[in-house]
Design a protein around this ligand. Sequence first.
Ligand code: NAD
Ligand code: SER
Length: 330
Amino acid sequence: MRSILVTGALGQIGAELTPALRERYGRTGVIASDLANARPSDEFYERLDCVEPEAVADLVERRDIGVIYHLAALLSAAAEGRPQVAWSVNMSGLYNVLEAARRFGCKVFFPSSIAAFGPTTPRLSTPQVTIQRPTTIYGVTKVAGEMLCDYYAARFGVDARGLRLPGLVSFAAPPGGGVTDYAVEMFRAAVRGERYSCFLAAKTRLDMMYMPDAIRAIIELMESNPQRLRFRNAYNVTGMSVTPREIAAEIRKHISSFDVDYRVDPLRQAIAESWPQSLDASAAREDWGFAPRFDLAAMTSDMLAQLTSATGAFDQPIPHEARNANATLE
Ligand code: NAD
Ligand code: SER
């Protein structure tokens, strides 16, 4: 069996997807990669900058890669701070991965986002096929990325598959500079017994998902029958439609003293208001059986239990820049 490559493996999704893939397909068959230097003790991790085409092609050929989970990207708020870098990482990175997939016959997973939609898109039960005119550089790269995957599938027969993921809530690794990071920060503050200052307004409603549902959706999509897939750009998936106030209220059912104030960041607020409040995932349900398991109550119970048992792992905030040097995947 050919190996699996995960790019951006030290990020919020990769920190959970990589162990899940190793559990399912075997540790030796899953190569993790990111910008951090390789460690001599970990022969299944390699440094890979996806912006370098030769490096991507070399690793894919040398390690006999058959499937690429391409997670490396700059997220929405981080991308808005460095739009030129975001275009380079998000677009050149994907192009290099798709080119390597074309040359060496790989299957590709590409994570799109609710950010692929914009203010002119219907915000409630956003359809699978609808207006996609995002107003962020991140969203522009997601729409262009979806179209590039579609093109490589139709033109070159690359088995490209994608999801439009909502904002993800997780405990294993901190989020990487997105607008939906507030939710994870809120849980971490609650467990530390701290007040949380939320950068989005209390009533800002967005589609969100708990990480275990996202990991399962990624694996189920990648294992699904290719003949049944009507969409090669990306499938809408959904978890729950929630506001900061609703998450805080749910946390308060477990930690009654938890307190939140709202200090709105205009940039991130404007981005949030341009994104869907809920996604219509009927195409994903019909084509490959997608069904989320976690609602707000179930996610909150599990998040609090996981963070509390993490024996100090979340006592201090971990700066995103420092994560590459410190993170472990298993
Ligand atoms: P993250 O920011 O936590 O992790 C991204 C990783 O990519 C980081 O570890 C970073 O070091 C790495 N990276 C950055 N530039 C790179 C480069 N040039 N070469 C190789 N690696 C590089 O992001 P995440 O939350 O894990 O997201 C992964 C993917 O899923 C992204 O494409 C993101 O747009 C998408 N997505 C995430 C969410 C979410 O809520 N987390 C939602 C929708 C879509
Ligand atoms: N959670 C991501 C962000 O906020 C959406 O893709 O950037």
